[in-house]
Ligand binder design. Sequence first.
Ligand SMILES: Nc1ncnc2c1ncn2[C@@H]1O[C@H](COP(=O)(O)OP(=O)(O)OP(=O)(O)O)[C@@H](O)[C@H]1O
Length: 279
Amino acid sequence: MMIPAVNTQESVQDAKTIDFAARKQLEKKAVVYDTKDFNLWYGETHALQNINLSIHEKEVTAIIGPSGCGKSTFIKSLNRMVELTPGVRTNGVISYQGKNILDKSFQPEDLRTRVGMVFQKPNPFPKSIYENVAYGPKIHGIRNKKVLDEIVEQSLRRASIWDEVKDRLKENAYGLSGGQQQRLCIARCLAIEPEVILMDEPTSALDPKSTLRIEELVQELKKEYSIIMVTHNMQQAARISDQTAFFLNGEVVECDRTDLVFHNPADSRTEDYIAGRFG
Ligand SMILES: Nc1ncnc2c1ncn2[C@@H]1O[C@H](COP(=O)(O)OP(=O)(O)OP(=O)(O)O)[C@@H](O)[C@H]1O
């Protein structure tokens, strides 16, 4: 493991110093998502149990934990995509910008424009590079070619792919490499001007170089967006996130500043997982 749990007095002191500084910083950040005793069942399977988490704006929150612990279910709950699975039941509260998105009166469409999602496998549409990015704005009624051109360019620039595709915007997106397709999908997500970007293992299908580019991009994007990322890769969580939530068997064992979770975890199960003793 790259960042093993440490127990020396000095390290504990370091972690406490980090804790104090990080917490002061955190106090200033607005809460974007707040979940209170959120539960989810797939039929009889109680996949998420009493989830209480706060997610802050303009930060990267990493969701880590072994296979089947509920990471994807959680992230898909944040945009209510999980409801597309038959037999899903929920209770509790998921508050987004102060509104309970599980409330019957809440329109899920409101979320879809404010919360974008990037999936494990790059999933561009079988259309041109340009059309992939222009698709969302067009759905939202933007027809003016100049405005669309501007949105496409800005989104591709922000996703760090403009220089690679600016001369081939009319070509099919399937002609791009996997890493380029994933950055195109991020550009497509940015084109609808979301506030939050959900990422479900966005680099697990990519080579190390493409992974690094996405990680650098995430660091850039967090200046403007709140990012919640599921990852199996603990080095990645340690490298790029501000806050880490460790899930196990459908529960949140620990959620804290990433430095603390990795250097001075409060729960021995977190320490064991981070040290690679299971999972
Ligand atoms: N459509 C479904 N129907 C029934 N059970 C499901 C469904 N999707 C997930 N589950 C169950 O819910 C639990 C959480 O699954 P989930 O996919 O959220 O875990 P995960 O942590 O994302 O796993 P992985 O890291 O392998 O992707 C598991 O027990 C899984 O078997």
